[in-house]
Design a protein around this ligand. Structure first.
Ligand SMILES: Cc1cc2nc3c(=O)[nH]c(=O)nc-3n(C[C@H](O)[C@H](O)[C@H](O)COP(=O)(O)O)c2cc1C
Length: 342
C-alpha cells in the first residue's frame, strides 16, 4: 500500500509531497470513527519503558524536523510511535531558506535538506501542544533564529525553553544543524556550560525539572566531543541525540554532478548510518570510561528493525527515525518496535 503511495509521491517535489502526505493522513484520521477503526487494525507495538523519569509506550521516536510545528501529533500516535520530537522551534517564526531545499537521493536511500529551521515559532506551537494526545512522549527540539547572532543565541534558547516548559516532556538543544550559519560553532564547552547553567537556574526548571538532551553533529572530531564531556557531566545532562545530518558526501552512489547540482545541505538516511553508529559507539565507550553515561538516542540512517537493533546493542536507550519513514512508510515503526522489544 505504501509502495503505491510512494510511487505517486516520489514524482512530486519532496517538500510538497511531505506536506501533502501529512495533511492527507491528518484529515483521514479526523473523519469521525476513523481513528478508532484505525486503532483496531493497525498493530501498535507496546514495549513499556521507564527512562528520563518518563513513561514510554515503546522506544521508537520520530526525529526532529518531521513535525516542526507539532501539527500532526495524533498521526504519530496512530502510527505507533512512542515519542515525537517536535521542532526545531525558534523563538520567532521564520520562513527558512529559498525553495527547492529538500531532495531525494533514490540510489542512496537518502535525503539532502537545507530547510533552515522553517517554523511557525514557539507561540504558534503552544496551543497545539496544550491539546496533545495522551500516551505519547513529546520532546521539544529548540534552536535559535537565523538572524540572532551567536553572541545573542543564549537568549533564544532560554526563551524557547521557558515558554515550552509546561507543555513538553523533555528538551533537545539543537546545536548541530548544518543549515543555520554558524550554529555548529556553538557545539563548544563554554557555550554549553553557560547555557546549561542558565537553564538549570530558571525558576520553571527549579520547580519541575525537565530532562535536557543535546543533539550533536556526526562531523565532530573526537577531540571536540571529549572537551564537551566535562561540561555534560558537570551538568548531568539527561541525554545525547546522536546524530544530526552530515555535510560529508563521500561514498555516495549519486553522481558528483548531481550532488553539485543539488548543492549544500545536510545528508540523512542510509549513508549516514555508519557515521552515526560510530559516534554512538565512541560516546558510549567514552562515557563508561569517564563514569558518566547519559541516555544515548540513536538517530541517523535507521532504515529497518535490524538497523535499530544494532544501535540498541551499541548502547542506545531509544531510537529515532526520519528518512527511513519516507522510504519505508509507517510499517517501519512497528518493525522497529518489535525488533527492539525487550
Ligand atoms: C528534511 C529534514 C529536516 C530536518 N529538520 C531537523 C530539525 O529541524 N531539527 C533537528 O534537530 N534535526 C532535523 N533533521 C535531522 C533529523 O532529525 C535526523 O537527525 C537526521 O535526519 C538523521 O536521521 P535519519 O537518517 O533517520 O533521517 C532534519 C532532517 C531532515 C531530513
Amino acid at each position: 500500500m505504501y509502495s503505491l503511495l510512494r510511487q505517486f509521491m516520489f514524482r512530486l517535489d519532496a517538500e510538497r509531497a511531505h506536506h501533502l502526505t501529512l495533511n492527507m493522513a491528518s484529515l483521514w484520521l479526523r473523519i469521525p470513527g476513523m481513528a478508532w477503526l484505525w486503532a483496531q487494525f493497525w498493530p501498535k507495538v507496546l514495549d513499556p519503558w521507564e527512562g528520563l523519569g518518563l513513561h514510554w509506550s515503546n522506544r521508537v521516536g520520530l526525529a526532529a524536523g518531521f513535525d516542526k510545528d507539532a501539527r500532526y501529533l495524533h498521526v504519530w500516535r496512530a502510527m505507533g510511535f512512542g515519542s515525537v520530537e517536535v521542532g526545531t522551534l525558534t523563538p520567532r517564526p521564520q520562513p527558512g531558506n529559498p525553495k527547492p531545499r529538500l531532495f531525494r537521493l533514490l540510489q542512496d536511500q537518502a535525503l539532502i535538506n537545507r530547510l533552515g529551521f522553517n517554523n511557525g515559532g514557539v507561540a504558534a506551537a503552544i496551543p497545539r501542544l496544550k491539546h496533545r494526545p495522551s500516551g505519547l512522549v513529546v520532546g521539544a527540539n529548540i534552536g535559535k533564529n537565523k538572524d540572532t547572532s551567536n553572541t545573542e543565541a543564549l537568549g533564544d534558547y532560554l526563551k524557547c525553553f521557558e515558554e515550552l516548559h509546561p507543555w513538553v516532556d523533555y528538551f533537545t538543544i539543537n546545536l548541530s544543524s548544518p543549515n543555520t550559519p554558524g550554529l555548529r560553532e556553538l557545539q563548544e564547552a563554554n557555550f554549553i556550560d553557560s547555557l546549561l547553567q542558565h537553564l538549570h537556574d530558571l525558576p520553571c526548571q527549579q520547580t519541575k525539572p525537565r530532562p535536557i538532551c543535546i543533539k550533536l553533529a556526526p562531523d565532530m572530531e573526537p577531540a571536540q566531543w571529549q572537551s564537551l564531556w566535562k561540561v555534560l557531566s558537570k551538568h548531568r545532562v539527561s541525554g545525547l541525540v546522536l546524530t544530526n545530518t552530515t555535510v560529508d558526501r563521500t561514498g555516495l552512489k549519486t553522481s558528483p554532478e548531481e550532488l553539485e547540482r543539488l548543492g549544500n545541505g545536510g545528508l540523512s538516511g542510509a549513508p549516514l548510518a555508519p557515521k552515526s553508529a560510530a559516534v554512538l559507539e565512541a560516546m558510549r565507550q567514552y562515557g563508561e570510561q569517564e563514569g558518566f553515561l547519559p541516555a544515548l538516542v540513536a538517530v541517523g540512517g535507521i532504515m529497518s528493525g535490524e538497523d535499530a537493533m544494532q544501535r540498541m546493542h551499541g548502547g542506545a536507550s531509544w531510537v529515532q527515525v526520519y528518512t527511513g519513514l519516507v522510504y519505508r512508510g509507517p510499517a517501519l515503526v512497528g518493525e522497529i518496535a518489535s525488533a527492539i522489544r525487550t
